[in-house]
Design a protein around this ligand. Structure first.
Ligand code: GLP
Length: 244
């Protein structure tokens, strides 16, 4: 779906999320959201905060699972995804702290394997992800599932691609300080989400959007796996959609 700009597009995604949360509230059920970081969902989170403050939307029945976190990463570090989520969303809404899940960047390396299995088990115990929000990396990564990630890949520690590190390097004041690894939800759990919305803005994303939507389904472009998802939508602004 192509919108005139990212603000209008984000409002429409926020509306869908709000409707889902309210539908689940009416049924006395939790709403399981898969959440993303990066610049793309910022306007979505701003709109969700507005709906909370001005429209009375409550997040008390929301259980969230974030896609990824750099490793190693302290939660209060300026570039952590924990901090990103708190500052851009969680601190401004009434989600219960115990319902928030973000991969832990402070674990010892040998604890990561079990931790990732438990992260997936928690998603399963919650009934699976009702709605997964995604951005897309310049190489087609979703979460931190870089090129080469398999369609059935699990939640795991991954090495970041050079292109991903270069894109992040301005946040870390240079490539040398940019993490080399991250923990990411695997492609399998993303594909198991009942509904997936990938958001992309700007001309810089137009080539990878074309490859993801119209190209061959390939693990070189993990976002292309979504062509095989039964309820996935790419929400784009005109520039991101300009090569389709
Ligand atoms: C990071 C995140 C991804 C995100 C991507 C794109 O790599 N781990 O989940 O989709 O950045 O970021 P942006 O939305 O800033 O283009």
């Amino acid at each position: 779906v192509v919108y005139e700009n990212s603000v209008i597009a984000s409002k429409s995604v926020a509306k869908e999320i709000a409707n889902l949360i309210r539908e689940k509230q009416a049924q006395n059920e939790p709403c399981i959201l898969g959440l993303a970081t990066g610049s793309s969902p910022k306007s979505l989170y701003a709109e969700l905060i507005r709906l909370h403050k001005e429209d009375g939307l409550s997040f008390k029945n929301v259980v969230s699972f974030n896609l990824d976190e750099y490793y190693p990463m302290e939660p209060d570090s300026i570039n952590s995804y924990v901090r990103f989520m708190k500052e851009l969303l969680f601190n401004h809404i009434d989600i219960l702290p115990e319902n928030i899940h973000i991969p832990d960047g402070t674990l010892s390396k040998k604890a990561i394997g079990d931790y990732c299995s438990e992260y997936e088990a928690k998603i399963e115990a919650a009934g699976g992800i009702d709605l997964q929000i995604l951005g897309i990396g310049g190489n087609g990564h979703i979460g931190f599932n870089e090129s080469g990630s398999l369609q059935n890949s699990k939640t795991r520690l991954v090495a970041l691609d050079h292109i991903t590190r270069v894109a992040a390097s301005s946040d870390f004041s240079g490539l040398n300080n940019t993490p080399r690894t991250a923990i990411t939800l695997g492609v399998k759990k993303i594909m198991e989400a009942k509904r997936v919305i990938l958001m992309a803005w700007g001309e810089g994303k137009s080539n990878i959007i074309k490859a993801s939507v119209e190209g061959t389904v390939t693990n070189q472009v993990p976002a292309s796996f979504l062509q095989e998802h039964s309820n996935a939508t790419f929400v784009l602004d005109q520039l991101a959609a300009s090569k389709l």
